[in-house]
Write a protein that binds this ligand. Structure first.
Ligand code: UDP
Length: 265
């Protein structure tokens, strides 16, 4: 039996590319080969909540070249809105495969963001597995106010092809929107807490929890005081917003999936 899977989704006004992980990686390779400046973000349920109240983030996402669909919340939203999600394309799973691909292509990677020492430790993780990977540089994400020009100069001087920006949403998306071209890099990707995981600063959920879509629960248990609002309140707010959109679509008498269909078997 075949299902119609849209090539892109619209969840709460955010246009998301409905790609499988392999396709996302191939698209990044193609952008690098063509030297095509490309801004990439991952959007999960928490990001949708931030976008609902932050106009600068909405604007940055609207001009982001590729927004990938991250997490179980988005999968549930897609199902409710009759827009099936193909894959969970998140930065944490993409990172090792991206490193491998950059190593093979001889492209240079810069890691910008997270607490002092964390980006360098994540680079160390990557080099231990991909020894020929070219790390153009690392820089922590707590630079003094007004130091943006110095940060851009450092990335430009490093001749990076790909910059991973780990400042959290929405700061990383607005940073990339302002600065990708100035850095001289081809691809910039907002990656949230990715360096925290690969540096070992924060443990990642075991595979069985990730497979069940429970990574958020694992993170909540690790840092309940910081994250309870994001996950406990946030998930409920997210689902009620999706529920309202579903109701609106029902009342209008049409499904919201007016986007280009893709047929898969
Ligand atoms: N961060 C930063 N500079 C800041 C604020 C945050 O470098 O001014 C980093 C923070 O250290 C963390 C990342 O941004 O590594 C965001 O982490 P969070 O857990 O919010 O990301 P998520 O993966 O949930 O988007």
């Amino acid at each position: 039996m075949s299902t119609i899977v849209p090539a892109s989704l619209d969840i709460r006004g955010i246009r998301l590319l409905n790609l499988a992980m392999d396709e996302a990686l191939a698209a990044i390779d193609a952008a690098l080969a063509a030297g095509q400046p490309t801004r990439i973000s991952f959007v999960n349920a928490d990001c949708v909540n931030i976008a609902a109240v932050n106009a600068a983030y909405r604007e940055a996402l609207a001009t982001t070249d590729w927004v990938f669909i991250d997490g179980i919340g988005m999968r549930i939203a897609g199902r409710i809105m009759h827009q099936p999600v193909r894959d969970n394309v998140n930065g944490t799973d993409l990172f090792p495969r991206l490193c491998q691909s950059l190593e093979q292509q001889g492209k240079r990677l810069f890691l910008y963001g997270a607490q002092p020492g964390v980006a360098a430790a994540a680079a160390g993780w990557a080099l231990a597995r991909f020894p020929a990977l070219q790390i153009a540089g690392t820089l922590h994400g707590y630079q003094p106010a007004g130091a943006e020009a110095e940060t851009i100069d450092a990335i430009r001087a490093s001749r990076a092809d790909v910059v991973l920006v780990a400042l959290g949403a929405p700061a990383q998306e607005t940073w990339i929107a302002r600065n990708l071209e100035k850095t001289g890099a081809t691809v910039a990707i907002g990656v949230g807490g990715l360096f925290d995981y690969y540096s070992g600063r924060i443990p990642r959920a075991p595979l069985w929890m990730r497979r069940l879509g429970l990574e958020w629960l694992f993170r909540l248990i690790q840092e309940p005081r910081r994250l309870w609002r994001r996950y406990v309140v946030g998930n409920a707010v997210f689902l009620s917003r999706i529920g309202i959109d579903w109701l609106r679509a029902r009342i209008k008498g049409s499904r919201p999936d007016k986007l280009v269909p893709r047929r898969t078997s």
